[in-house]
Design a protein around this ligand. Structure first.
Ligand code: GCU
Length: 307
């Protein structure tokens, strides 16, 4: 074994069949190629190294090199990022890509750097919709009385509360059991995650209301980043950018496959009108601006981003 090989450990919460895992493996392959085998990435899936929150804490102290988390988890470390959790923030995918790939996206990726978390790129995490054990969620009224699993995110808690459900934070890796045991009645996620997590085995109703379009974020520990030479930093950034392109290609097919497969497994998919959901979430915007007035300009810049 060569001694001058740097191995960067990368932990995340998804299973190996999920497109984000495949993209991370691709990132490692490209980095290895670019560095002539001098830098390798070892990917640890399935929350093996901890929950998303714990992984970010490991990055902060430099005992883990890289991770991929949902922007919702990163929100606790960067107030600016919480804006991405606002329901119905983007008009459509084109608008979302303009924002994330432009100047605002760059600023957001670096917004947690003062906490030793450097964002390298976004991965597409599609749109999140509700799935439930007992009934389709056709309107916000159907959420009343249901315990809805949310990510460890204040925005997600506020959103579900505004829509009328009872938000219950549960770590992703514990959600299957939580659903099975009735600790929660419902949850929400994008189709590939609903499918790959096998939550569809327990939840037979998937209601595509697409309330949020929270991206995933690939991050490197600022401590590890600073140990890299300028040339190595460029390789890592390029490998991350290339993996994001690859992931975006995998994503579309993964969504189609997930919807097909869960339907085959007996899940009833419905497409409720988004208007009643949208009408409930005004308070989520005003609450965020009230608590963090400095974010009003960022929200406005996102809304005014032209296509
Ligand atoms: C998405 C996201 C994951 C996250 C999960 C969750 O699948 O890609 O990073 O763990 O949502 O709901 O916790």
């Amino acid at each position: 074994m060569e001694t001058n090989v740097r191995v960067i450990k990368m932990g995340h919460s998804q299973v190996t069949t999920h497109p984000v895992h495949q993209a991370m493996v691709f990132l490692g392959k490209r980095l290895e190629e670019k560095s002539g085998g001098k830098i390798r990435v070892k990917v640890y899936p399935n929350q093996q190294l901890g929950t998303e929150r714990e992984l970010l804490e490991l990055l902060q102290i430099g005992s883990l090199g890289m991770t991929k988390v949902s922007a919702a988890t990163l929100e606790a470390f960067s107030p600016e990022i919480s804006v991405l959790g606002l329901p119905y923030l983007f008009r459509d995918d084109v608008h979302m890509n303009q924002v994330l790939e432009g100047q605002i996206g760059k600023e957001l990726l670096l917004s947690a750097e003062k906490f030793w978390l450097r964002g390298l790129c976004f991965y597409d995490a599609g749109k999140r919709s509700f799935y439930s054990k007992t009934k389709p969620i056709s309107s916000p009224e159907d959420l009343a009385g249901l315990k809805i699993r949310v990510q460890e995110s204040k925005m997600a808690i506020n959103m579900v509360r505004a829509m009328g459900g009872a938000p219950t934070p549960v770590a992703y890796g514990e959600l299957y059991t939580a659903l099975q045991q009735g600790i929660v009645d419902a949850a929400e996620n994008n189709p590939p995650s609903f499918y790959n997590s096998r939550h569809y085995e327990v939840c037979k109703f998937y209601s595509i209301d697409e309330h949020t379009a929270l991206p995933d974020v690939v991050l490197v520990s600022t401590k590890v980043w600073k140990e890299l030479s300028p040339e190595e930093q460029i390789w890592l950034q390029e490998a991350a950018n290339e993996s994001a392109k690859y992931q975006a290609e995998l994503w579309k097919e993964a969504v189609a496959e997930a919807l097909r497969e869960v339907q085959k497994a007996g899940v009833e998919i419905s497409y409720p009108s988004k208007t009643p959901f949208f009408e409930k979430v005004g308070d989520v915007y005003s609450q965020l601006i009230q608590e963090q007035p400095q974010l009003a300009t960022l929200i406005q810049r996102i809304q005014q981003t032209a296509q």
